[in-house]
Design a protein around this ligand. Structure first.
Ligand code: GSH
Length: 239
């Protein structure tokens, strides 16, 4: 059994998709990040970085009691290695998958996150910041589009954790007014993955993106701001 510590954002959906694809038994523990559910000392023992998602494998194959994993890329890699699935078996394909996974967690994810922050949450509109991060997202999308023009999936012929890391960004693209149809290879790949039953299960029901997480111009209360970007967020790691 795996505990999935989850909030319904693209990073959370990566882990939900992987668990559904792998048909691993899991229990969802939901966090409302606006309410600061992730800032508790208990959650800090699972993820010292106090961000979601994270998992706890209650019975890891290597024994020794429950094992916690944080950082979505590390979680995806852990689950793939635990099951021997969703990562190509040949070393070249595996290396390619890890490269695209890392590209997402170190590039597309943080750049998209910053673009979204300055567009959606910044109390004053800062054209330089919006332009800087939006341009970088546009550049990364061009890289994705080219890759998906040469291969069916990011690692080559096989659907892998690299695709699972990148795919949930579709929700963020919508929020940033990016029209994915302008990227035909990416659009083909997005649509194909969206049709997978495991993906539908992972994004449905109580795991769907709530309206609060999808506001184009978010209006946070002072407490919500503090939980996500201010003193309470800082306090959790300094405590
Ligand atoms: N690099 C991390 C990013 C995690 C992250 O930023 N999670 C967001 C939700 S998508 C979060 O927990 N936000 C709450 C906060 O920043 O206070 C990962 O890939 O897991």
């Amino acid at each position: 059994m795996i505990e999935m510590h989850f909030t319904p954002t693209p990073n959370g959906h990566k882990v939900a998709i992987a668990l559904e694809e792998l048909e691993l038994p899991y229990a969802t523990i939901s966090y409302d990040i606006f309410e600061g559910d992730h800032l508790t000392p208990e959650f800090g023992r699972i993820n010292p970085n106090h961000k979601l998602p994270a998992i706890v494998d209650l019975e890891p194959a290597f024994g020794g009691g429950p094992h916690a994993v944080f950082e979505s890329g590390a979680v995806l890699q852990y689950l793939a290695e635990k099951t021997g699935r969703l990562l190509p078996a040949d070393p070249r394909g595996r290396s390619t998958a890890i490269q695209w996974l890392t590209w997402q967690v170190a590039g597309l994810g943080p750049m998209g996150g910053q673009a979204s922050h300055f567009i959606r949450y910044a109390p004053e509109k800062l054209p330089y910041a919006i332009e800087r991060y939006s341009k970088e997202v546009e550049r990364l999308l061009a890289v994705l589009e080219r890759r998906l023009g040469e291969a069916a999936y990011l690692a080559g012929d096989e659907y892998s954790i690299a695709d699972i890391a990148v795919w949930p960004g579709r929700a963020a693209a919508g929020l940033m007014n990016i029209d994915i149809e302008k990227y035909p290879n990416t659009h083909r790949w997005f649509s194909e993955i969206a049709a997978r039953p495991a993906v539908k299960r992972a994004l449905g029901g109580d795991k769907a993106l709530p309206a609060k997480y999808a506001q184009r111009q978010a209006k946070l209360t002072a407490a919500e701001w503090s939980n996500m970007f201010g003193e309470r967020m800082l306090g959790a790691v300094k405590a």
